[in-house]
Design a protein around this ligand. Structure first.
Ligand code: GLN
Length: 303
C-alpha cells in the first residue's frame, strides 16, 4: 500500500470542505479555534507516519482521551470497572442525563461523558493521579516530553462544566463515584484538555492497532482487552452516530469535540484526523469525510 498516496487522495477529497461544520462553543476555549484547518495522519504498526495538512498543530484531545483512560484501567484485573459502566451504545447525546437517572446511575458505556467520568474516577482510585498516568502514557507513545494539559482549555471546561457536574453528582447519589466528585471531575476536565497533534494522536493509537503493545515493545493491554476497546469504539465511539459511521466508514472510531478523530485498522495502522468544525452530533465534519475517503481508497474497512 502506498500510504502517502492514500493521504494525498484524502487531502484532495477534503480540501473543498475545509471549514465545514461548527466549532464546539459550549466550551468557550474551543470556540476560539480557527475552523479552517485540517490534518490527516496514518501511523503503521511498524512506526512509520504518513501525513499531510495541519498535522503538527496541537488541539484538545477531548473525548478521544476516553479510549486511553479505559486502556489504563483495564489491565488492573481487580478493578470492577464493568460493575460501574455497561457496554451498550446509548443512542443519545454524549452528555445526556435522563438515561442515567432511569438506569440507576450506571452509564451505558465508557465513551459517553458519564462512563468516562466513572473510568477516570476509577483510574484516579487505582493510581492516585489519573492525569499523571495519562500524561506518562501520551508522552511515552508520542515521544514528546512536552505534551501537556492546556490549562486554559481545562479552566474553560471547569468553569462551564455544570452538565458534567450534574452527571457526576447524579452518579454519586447512586453510589457510583469513589473519589470526591469535584476531585474526579478536575481530573476528567484536565484529561480532556491534553493538547496533542494529529501526528501524535496517530502514534498513540498504535497501542490499539498493535493489539496492546506499546512503542517500546512492552505490553499495556492483553489482546482480549484490546479487542474489547475496538468493539466499544465501533459501537459507541461516535455517540449516537455510531451506526452511521459503521455504515459510512466501516472502522472503529473515537471522536472528540476538539475536532479530532481516531480510527483503528487492527493489526495494520492507526489513523488520526483533525478538523475543528463539528456536525450536530459532535463529530468532526471534515474528519468524517476524511475517514470515509480513507476507507474507500485503502480498502481497509473492517465491516
Ligand atoms: N470535555 C468534553 C465534555 O465533557 C468532552 C466531550 C466530547 O469530546 N464529546 O463535554
Amino acid at each position: 500500500m502506498d500510504y502517502q498516496d492514500v493521504v494525498g487522495q484524502v487531502l484532495s477529497a477534503v480540501k473543498p470542505h475545509i471549514g465545514a461544520g461548527q466549532v464546539a462553543d459550549y466550551i468557550p476555549d474551543l470556540a476560539r479555534v480557527d475552523p479552517n484547518q485540517f490534518g490527516f495522519a496514518i501511523a503503521t504498526v511498524d512506526g512509520q507516519v504518513y501525513s499531510d495538512g495541519d498535522v503538527d498543530v496541537p488541539f484538545a484531545i477531548e473525548s478521544i482521551s476516553k479510549v486511553f483512560a479505559l486502556a489504563l484501567v483495564l489491565p488492573k484485573r481487580d478493578t470492577k470497572i464493568w460493575d460501574r459502566v455497561r457496554r451498550e451504545p446509548s443512542g443519545l447525546a454524549f452528555n445526556d442525563l435522563i438515561q442515567l437517572e432511569v438506569e440507576n446511575g450506571i452509564p451505558r458505556n465508557p465513551f459517553i461523558n458519564p462512563g468516562a467520568i466513572v473510568t477516570t474516577d476509577q483510574l484516579l482510585a487505582d493510581t492516585g493521579d489519573a492525569v499523571a498516568a495519562m500524561r506518562a502514557l501520551l508522552r511515552a507513545e508520542t515521544g514528546n516530553p512536552h505534551l501537556e494539559v492546556d490549562s486554559v482549555t481545562a479552566e474553560s471546561e471547569l468553569r462551564t462544566g455544570d452538565r458534567n457536574r450534574a452527571i457526576a453528582y447524579l452518579m454519586a447519589s447512586f453510589g457510583n463515584m469513589v473519589n470526591p466528585v469535584d476531585l474526579a471531575l478536575d481530573h476528567y476536565f484536565r484529561q480532556c484538555s491534553f493538547s496533542i497533534t494529529c501526528a501524535e494522536l496517530a502514534k498513540v493509537g498504535l497501542i490499539i492497532a498493535r493489539h496492546g503493545l506499546r512503542v517500546d515493545g512492552s505490553r499495556l493491554l492483553e489482546e482480549g482487552d484490546t479487542r474489547h476497546i475496538i468493539a466499544l469504539m465501533a459501537t459507541c465511539g461516535t455517540y449516537d452516530e455510531a451506526g452511521n459511521f459503521a455504515y459510512r466508514v466501516g472502522l472503529p472510531i473515537k471522536s472528540g469535540v476538539g475536532g479530532g478523530m481516531l480510527a483503528i485498522v487492527p493489526g495494520i495502522c492507526s489513523v488520526a484526523t483533525w478538523g475543528p468544525g463539528l456536525d450536530p452530533k459532535g463529530n468532526s465534519a471534515t474528519g468524517a469525510l476524511a475517514l470515509e475517503t480513507f476507507a474507500q481508497v485503502s480498502g481497509l474497512a473492517v465491516f
